[in-house]
Design a protein around this ligand. Sequence first.
Ligand code: ATP
Ligand code: MG
Length: 400
Amino acid sequence: MGFQQVSVGDLQGMATTAGKVLEQVRASAVVPDPSKAAPTFTSVAIAELCGIARDQLKYLTAKYDLPAGLKIAGSRAKAYSLEEAITFVQALAPHPERPLGKSGKVLTFCNHKNDVGKTSTAVALAQAMTLRGFRVLIIDCDVQGAATRLCGIGMERQAINAGSLMPYLRGDQPNLRYAVEPTYWHNLSLIPASSALLAAEFALPARAVQASGCRRWEVLANGIEALREDFDLIVIDTAPGLSQLTVNAIVAADGLTMCCPPDALEFAASVQFWRMCAELLATLPGAQDKKYDFVTIVYTKVQPGDAARLVKTWMARAYGAHIGSAEIPDSPVARAAATQGKTIYDLIRPEGGADAHRRYKEPLDRLADALMDALALAWDAKAKQTAPAVETQQYAARAA
Ligand SMILES: Nc1ncnc2c1ncn2[C@@H]1O[C@H](COP(=O)(O)OP(=O)(O)OP(=O)(O)O)[C@@H](O)[C@H]1O
Ligand SMILES: [Mg+2]
């Protein structure tokens, strides 16, 4: 060990050796992460997801031949799988559905600052949307691969360089269909990140040089187009910074969500982000006339106290109606879930006490409800009209 002169030939030797090690890793890789399993649900949880009382659930289960669940040994309660829970939601909950002929929507999480909660919020929100009956795809555009890991794909797998956006970005694939993988979570698919994504910054301008008329800021949008049929919602998690890939993700989006802790420096940085974003979009042909369905700023990692309250008053003045109605607290539950590689929706039992669990989960649920409303508005979608869903709505109306 020590400092030595390194020639380009030495660098080539190092790359060759490293390549061989990578080959060995590929050969021995274990996928997917076996520690990640979807949670199970009680009938109380399912009734809550469907917005009905538990005895109505029993009646509707029998009437419409819905999943019977598994008896828990030594208890009168039953357990339902995630897939069964989603079957209930799709049958009973009066949530809006994407109308036939309407495309899935793309939601990009952005902020050039790091550590603001983009990935945690993006993955949790994606899961929350599946629990409202939607088919969701996450595209991990961050070479760090935090969203990929939260979706149950471990580091070994990311080293493999299979999947990911890169083959498409290099021009080796016509669209992104090849890269979509199912995850351990029903109705949640993923385009994983891999270390190969580091090359995106070179591949995008190179494509524009090779193919005349190719706009390097629209490459991702074009690749996503074929997936809009298959998914109701496509969530893009971006890396910190304002890279070419992030600009692509911003251009591809129908909606933008910025996660921003209410802190003076984060607020100042957010102003800089929107300024850069607007100036950049205004210079890009094709993006200049873009109309986003919505742009939302979500307070994340909110600390109690006067300092955060004061910054929120500035941000409310600065961003007005763009401020999301739910704010996500700085929460020990979020940290505990993250150390286990989980989101709040992965946790079967409340972590750190029921109150702390609820304080973190409730705003995420409200964020998902607001997103569902925004999608319904953008699609001009109505509440579901299937017989069981209509029956649930009549129940709710009688109860009100
Ligand atoms: N509400 C919260 N309360 C406490 N800690 C949180 C909360 N949300 C996220 N964290 C933690 O903050 C860290 C950063 O979160 P996350 O990875 O979601 O941010 P990010 O903006 O995606 O970061 P990066 O820019 O590096 O991708 C993680 O360790 C995560 O567990
Ligand atoms: Mg992240």
